[in-house]
Design a protein around this ligand. Structure first.
Ligand code: GLP
Length: 236
């Protein structure tokens, strides 16, 4: 495990973006696992800037996002597809057909989960998986006490996650109660993992995830078992 502690959110974002950019330079057809949430936004902004300066080329890059709310279509402003299009994809030269986000309105959600895992498998695991961490230690939407060997699945969101995400919706009743998420097993199959965390309120959970017991009570603690984990954080 490599831990890079940075001074503030901006330097964390630049550092994470450098690692992602290096991945593209070294392997232009890299397959990224991408994350939503507020933490990665700065890194995405930086990648867009480097693309606009002519320093990065996304034309061969493929992406798969970690998760999506059930019941929201891609044009709903709070869907993760909408987030990714607006925070990154629409601003770089990625082929939108090479970007995948679980379909939260699929008729058969189970089949959608299987499609997703099939793709991850066909890639032989993603090249670089970017992750944030929830206040309760969740990664993707793998809530506390989810088995470590879960593949992509439909999850009932914990009340604490619904509360934390309510800030993005008009009212708490509008927050979806379920999501599709890549499972811990799918996440752990990535060749490299890059975890980003920022803010004092993430300090304790990050410490527990990185140094505490490896337990499903803290989903992110599974990452201690990954052989190529980089953590970039500004949590002091
Ligand atoms: C959501 C996402 C996670 C993300 C988490 C933390 O629940 N499903 O992938 O890591 O929020 O978000 P933030 O970065 O806004 O703290």
């Amino acid at each position: 495990m490599r831990i890079i502690r940075t001074e503030d959110y901006n330097s964390m974002s630049r550092c994470a973006a450098k690692i992602m950019a290096a991945q593209i330079v070294l392997k232009p057809d890299s397959i990224f696992g991408l994350a939503t949430g507020s933490t990665p936004i700065g890194a995405y902004k930086q990648l867009i800037e480097w693309y606009k300066n002519g320093d990065l080329d996304f034309s061969l890059v493929k992406t798969m996002n970690l998760d999506e709310y059930c019941g929201l279509s891609g044009d709903h402003e709070q869907s993760y597809r909408y987030f990714m299009n607006h925070q990154l994809f629409n601003h770089v030269n990625i082929d939108i057909n090479n970007t995948d986000v679980p379909n939260g309105i699929a008729d058969d959600l189970q089949a959608e989960c299987e499609r997703y895992d099939g793709l991850v498998k066909s890639f032989g695991g993603l090249d670089l998986q970017l992750l944030g961490i929830g206040h309760n230690g969740h990664i993707g939407f793998n809530e506390p006490n989810t088995e470590f060997d879960k593949n992509t699945h439909v999850v009932d969101l914990k009340q604490s996650t619904i509360d934390a995400n309510a800030r993005f919706f008009k009212s708490i009743d509008d927050v979806p109660k379920q999501a599709i998420t890549m499972g811990n097993k799918s996440i752990m199959s990535a060749k490299k993992i890059l975890l980003v965390a920022s803010g004092k309120e993430k300090r304790d959970i990050l410490e527990r995830a990185l140094y505490g017991p490896i337990t499903p009570e803290v989903p992110a603690s599974v990452l201690q078992m990954h052989n190529d984990l980089t953590v970039v954080c500004s949590v002091e």
